[in-house]
Ligand binder design. Structure first.
Ligand code: ADQ
Length: 491
């Protein structure tokens, strides 16, 4: 879907009366060059967009977000029944708010400090400024009593800022990444402001119940807030903290893997890799994803003589990500050196041990890769959910393949029984688990896959969005406190 861009901000398309507003760092469209050579927009792939698009259409929705181009301003425009409201950001703001506070402070802090977070006051100031801009835009477009759904860690101050401007709105917030325990969150110099920002919402959603519990505990310890179970009492309101594990668009993936061209492509990939058993990793190139641990374990299996070249091969796809943040540049160098070392040491002519691709693929190519893989390897050191694990399961209607899954991925809560679970810090354990997954026979694969598919197909992304929104729509009812324990008669 391609739409020609608006020229200059004139406000002509601003929809002031949206019953439903999504506020996210990015708009659900990417800027491309259209067939006529002119700049245009194309809808971004991804579950979040397809889950929310139907709600947007049925409720006259507006999506507020950054267009991805620094120092550029765009008019609001329409796409596919959605009103899109671009927010401008200067190059300096992108550096301080997005690359800085969002991705060099919050991202590592919320992922178990697997990299050291940067605490920088200029970054914080930019975070406040940009959050305020998003809040003002939402206040401008939302109809009286509208529902506003704020997404993710880049915008944690928006709920309180928006409530101040528009107390009539129902405000929901969903955090896509983990929410850290008190012992880590306490480091943040602006911890109180972030918590108060989130408490502006009526409903704060997390991936897992443990994250919601971390949030409630922090509200009590840091702000002295009273709570009944997961309902926090704040400024005369009830703020509900709940878990809503996100999922994938199962229907889209089912349609993709049923396409003859996708099946042919999967066979082609397999043929190109010879007779080797195929392991696959698909990640954004990020230090939370445990790519170096995965490579180390896989390489050592060849060093130990437990695998030989031509017998197994790892295809590692790493999507370029946050390339201007220093830690990401260093990680890329480290991974590329590691791949070179492993192939140099263990590969043979015609039989490399690792195929490494630093690029992005379309959904059909990804589906073909999932179909071609005997073992999917998902080994994050910490991950809010991890959609790749669920996408793999959703694609394997043939009940073949095995999933190696880190205990530190949110997805492990739902896929525990079918996956080969692993602690990615334990390299020997990881090696053993990779071998166990490689050796699983068709019967074991089918049994495990069936269990995982039941969960993923019943809990798809559509259900996730509907569950969140219906909880947000319903007025808060305090959770009943536990009944007093029943006295047991001695007897
Ligand atoms: P991410 O950290 O980006 O998401 P993930 O959940 O795995 O991680 O989602 C990645 C998405 O990008 C998947 O849909 C995947 O198919 C796609 N992708 C990965 N590599 C690709 C490539 N080379 N080409 C094209 N597409 C590629 C954050 C949190 C997660 C949480 C999600 C959703 O960090 O924990 O699951 O949000 O809430």
């Amino acid at each position: 879907m391609v739409i020609t861009m608006g020229s200059k901000r004139g406000g002509s398309f601003v929809s002031r009366g949206s019953e439903f507003v999504v506020v996210a760092n990015r708009l659900p469209v990417d800027r491309i060059v259209g067939e006529d050579g002119k700049p245009a927009w194309r809808r971004s792939p991804g579950g979040l967009v397809s889950a929310i698009a139907p709600v947007m259409r049925s409720r006259k929705g507006t999506w507020i977000g950054w267009a991805g181009a620094p120092d550029e301003e765009f008019d609001p425009f329409e796409e596919d029944g959605m009103s899109l409201h671009p927010i401008a950001q200067s190059a300096e703001e992108v550096r301080l708010y997005y690359e800085g506070f969002s991705n060099a402070t919050l991202w590592p802090l919320y992922h178990d400090v697997v990299a050291p977070p940067v605490y920088d006051r200029a970054m914080w100031d930019a975070y406040v400024r940009v959050n305020n801009r998003f809040a003002e835009a939402a206040a401008e477009v939302a109809a009286e009593g509208a529902m506003v759904w704020v997404q993710d860690y880049q915008l944690q101050l928006v709920p309180a800022m928006l409530r101040k401007l528009r107390p009539d709105l129902r405000i929901g917030f969903f955090l896509h990444i983990p929410f850290p325990p008190l012992e880590l969150f306490w480091q943040l110099p602006w911890r109180r402001q972030i918590l108060e920002g989130l408490l502006g919402a009526d409903l704060v959603g997390f991936q897992l119940p443990g994250a919601a519990a971390n949030f409630v505990r922090l509200c009590r310890r840091l702000l002295d807030a009273r709570h009944v179970k997961q309902d926090v009492l704040w400024e005369g309101r009830i703020v509900r903290a709940r878990a809503f594990p996100i999922s994938v668009d199962v229907e889209e993936l089912n349609d993709l893997v049923a396409r003859p061209d996708v099946r042919e492509r999967a066979q082609e990939i397999r043929a190109d890799l010879g007779d080797a058993t195929v392991l696959l990793g698909v990640d954004r190139l990020d230090y939370t994803k445990g790519i170096t641990q995965r490579l180390q374990a896989f390489g050592e299996l060849f060093g130990d003589g437990r695998l030989s070249p031509g017998q197994a091969v790892l295809v590692q796809i790493a999507t370029p990500s946050r390339e201007r943040v220093e830690q990401y540049q260093l990680l890329r160098e480290e991974i590329e050196q590691q791949v070179g070392r492993i192939n140099g040491e263990y590969g043979e002519i015609g039989f490399p041990v690792v195929h490494y691709m630093h690029s992005s693929y379309d959904r059909a190519e990804l589906a073909a890769l999932y179909l071609a893989a005997d073992v999917m390897v998902v080994t994050p050191l910490r991950d809010g959910m991890n959609l790749v694990a669920k996408e793999y399961v959703a694609c394997r209607s043939d009940l073949r393949g095995a999933l190696v899954l880190s205990e530190f991925a949110g997805a492990a809560m739902e896929l525990r029984r079918g996956a080969f679970q692993v602690n990615p810090y334990d390299i020997d354990g990881l090696k053993g688990t990779l071998l166990a997954a490689l050796e699983a026979g068709p019967g074991e694969q089918a049994r495990r896959m069936r269990t995982m598919r039941r969960r993923v197909t019943e809990h798809d992304v559509d259900r996730w969005a509907k569950t969140f929104l219906s909880e947000l729509e319903n007025p808060a009812r305090p959770e009943p406190a536990d009944p007093p324990p029943v006295a047991v008669q001695a007897g």
